[in-house]
Design a protein around this ligand. Structure first.
Ligand code: ATP
Ligand code: MG
Length: 372
């Protein structure tokens, strides 16, 4: 078990391209850290640096308080599961799982005990004599995990372990990984580009873009209080609505002008006028999650907050089962709301939507940073 500290870490590959530009992340012993971001943002690079497979250009990586920059991978006591699984095709599942134990000359009877325990945990006992070629993708994934688990390391590193699996298996394995973490309690660093995996698995999430951590925090904190437009748009499905409009004074408070094509109005906002004074009269971007725009029947019931009614013209509807997504134009852009299926929305009809702005966030369109 170990804490992890990444302090002002930079990475430039020998070709001169800077890939990580000052990354700072701290997690405690036993936490589940997610590195999430689009392709090429530097997730695998950072993971490989934690493992010791890539050098650190500048900065420090410390495991359990000890700087490991110059420690070789085998001396870090870390187990990694690669995206490709990297199983040995000519070895059986049993041999694959015990490979690392053999290398470290763990006595045979101990190996048998470990392989038994790990394969039971992962429910692959019946596959021990097969070779990787005779396994499904999900089974191979478990074997790769088994090989890591056999090690009982201070930290697990996972690089997109579920990306090769079909949607159903991915969801199954996702909860198995979470269960596993609850059972063994070992620190995990997990790379994914899937924001749902990030939200569901992580104790802490680092949202990355272009080699920079855009925001680091607990999942709900990132969901509720994204620090900029990138994070706001990246985490959440369907994504947060961005309503572009003019911030205006409205009585003693403030609001944003709305034009739904069938009506013009002002949506009152709960921000303190003092805090956003510099933006009054200016274009801003209002961030509002789809579940905060509902209908009168919605089970969310306004979360105990005052709801504001605005008429829209329905573009498209997408029933998901529990909710129906209703798309409509607001200020010339598409927004999405979640309504009760019983509201029976119809394309091209007008509909009243109820806006709950208690969790709304406000961005400056120029800097893309959150201002309230
Ligand atoms: N060995 C290398 N030499 C030079 N550039 C590299 C090397 N490995 C990766 N890069 C570059 O560094 C950047 C980050 O790569 P990295 O593999 O860390 O991204 P990633 O976030 O894991 O992306 P993906 O989601 O596609 O796996 C990319 O632009 C990539 O082309
Ligand atoms: Mg990668």
């Amino acid at each position: 078990m170990a804490s992890l500290s990444i302090r002002d870490v930079y990475k430039t590959y020998p070709n001169g391209v800077p890939v990580l530009k000052g990354v700072n992340i701290d997690i405690e012993d036993g936490q589940f850290l997610i590195l999430v971001g689009g392709s090429g943002c530097g997730k695998s690079t950072l993971l490989n640096m934690i493992a010791g497979l890539e050098t650190v250009t500048k900065g420090e990586i410390a495991i359990d308080g000890k700087v490991v920059n110059n420690l070789s991978p085998k001396d870090r006591d870390i187990a990694m599961v690669f995206q490709s699984y990297a199983l040995y095709p000519s070895m059986t599942v049993r041999e694959n799982i015990s490979f690392g134990l053999n290398i470290r000359k763990v006595p045979k009877n101990e190996q048998t005990e470990i392989v038994g325990r790990v394969s039971k945990l992962l429910q692959i006992e019946h596959l021990l004599d097969r070779k990787p070629g005779q396994l499904s993708g999900g089974q191979r994934q478990r074997v790769a995990m088994g090989r890591a688990l056999a090690r009982d390391p201070v930290m697990f590193l996972f690089d997109e372990p579920l990306s090769n699996l079909d949607a159903k298996l991915r969801i199954e394995m996702r909860s198995e990984i979470k269960l596993l973490h609850q059972r063994v309690g070992t620190t995990i660093v997990y790379v994914t580009h899937d924001q749902i995996e990030a939200m569901t698995l992580g104790d802490r999430i680092a949202v990355m873009k272009d080699g920079i951590v855009q925001q680091f925090g607990a999942p709900q904190e990132i969901y509720d209080s994204p620090s900029n437009l990138f994070v706001a748009g990246f985490i959440g499905a369907p994504p947060m609505n961005f309503i572009e409009g003019k911030l205006v004074e409205q009585g003693s408070g403030i609001g944003i002008e709305l034009d739904t094509g069938i009506a013009r109005s002002v949506l009152n906002l709960p921000f303190e006028a003092n805090k956003v004074r510099g933006h009054i009269g200016q274009e801003v971007v209002l961030g509002l999650r789809p579940e905060r725009i509902t209908d009168a029947r919605s089970s969310h019931d306004g979360h105990g907050h005052e709801l504001q009614r605005h008429a829209v013209k329905v573009d498209v509807i997408e029933p998901t089962g529990p909710d129906t997504l209703v798309f409509a134009q607001v200020n010339g852009k598409r927004i999405v709301s979640r309504v009760h299926p019983g509201a029976n929305p119809q394309p091209l009809n007008n509909m009243d939507l109820l806006f709950d702005v208690s969790k709304a966030v406000l961005f400056d369109p120029k800097t893309e940073e959150r201002v309230a």
